[in-house]
Design a protein around this ligand. Structure first.
Ligand SMILES: [Zn+2]
Length: 248
């Protein structure tokens, strides 16, 4: 089956990673419970619905749901409100509009979906990643169908049960499809998990070079500095090389 939602300009300039830098565009999944959707000026470009854009959105949602939990001290009610707000802001950054209709229970189910998607990024190679994705698709995806959300967007594929499917179903099915398309396109696991201890955030990695190890330049820099310091630790008194800052 050739599920290939990529419109045209696939390998655009943007690198993967935590890509909340899509240029707005219009709703990827419009409609939904709120329904109050004004379509806006013109249908969004194909890039909004590309596998790459959908996978970047999946990464951002996984990070928001799994790695940016509110502090443990927050009261339970404040915690869930923060979670809902954080997920909503990611969805809006990726083009969703109107009343999103997110609630605690939905976000909790989305968090469970995020944990399953994150396993794909942890897979040691394309074979195991494909097996995980096949399992997700078998459980969560329906037959592909084309929708333009009543003229509010360009035509694109959905694999959820309907334009008003619950957010968690939509999230799991559309993310699994996007990652599967990218795996087939690039013949590799389309991302990884940050190697920085204490981070572990998922990231996209579609480049042809050596695999990325870190989710961000911040994590990469932190680890480089840590490695440098441990090489030049004052323990052995073997002469500190040209240190970064001298204090070891
Ligand atoms: Zn990281």
């Amino acid at each position: 089956m050739e599920v290939h939602p990529t419109g045209g300009k696939q390998d655009g300039g943007q690198d993967g990673g935590q890509g909340v830098r899509q240029d707005g565009g219009q709703g990827v999944r419009q409609g939904g419970q709120g329904g109050a959707h004004r379509g806006g000026a013109r249908p969004a470009g194909a890039r909004v619905h590309s596998a790459r854009a959908m996978a970047a959105r999946a990464v951002d949602l996984c990070v928001a749901l799994l790695h940016e939990q509110p502090s443990a001290e927050s009261a339970e009610s404040a915690e869930s409100a923060e979670s809902v707000a954080s997920v909503a802001s990611v969805l809006r950054a990726h083009g969703e509009e109107g009343d999103l209709g997110l609630d605690d229970a939905t976000v909790a189910r989305m968090r469970a979906a995020a944990a399953r998607l994150r396993e794909v990024f942890a897979a040691p190679g394309p074979g195991p990643a494909a097996a995980l994705l096949n399992g997700l698709l078998a459980g969560a995806a329906r037959a592909p169908r084309l929708t333009d959300h009543g003229g509010a967007s360009t035509w694109h594929l959905h694999v959820d049960s309907g334009d008003d499917a619950p957010w968690d179903e939509w999230f799991l099915a559309s993310s699994a499809m996007a990652l599967a398309v990218l795996l087939a396109d690039h013949q590799r696991v389309p991302g990884g998990l940050c190697a920085s201890p204490g981070c572990g955030r998922p990231f996209l990695d579609l480049g042809g070079g050596s695999p990325r190890r870190y989710c961000s330049t911040r994590c990469a820099t932190r680890e480089r500095v840590a490695a440098h310091r441990s090489r030049h630790a004052p323990s052995g008194a073997d002469g500190a090389g040209p240190g970064l800052s001298g204090d070891g």
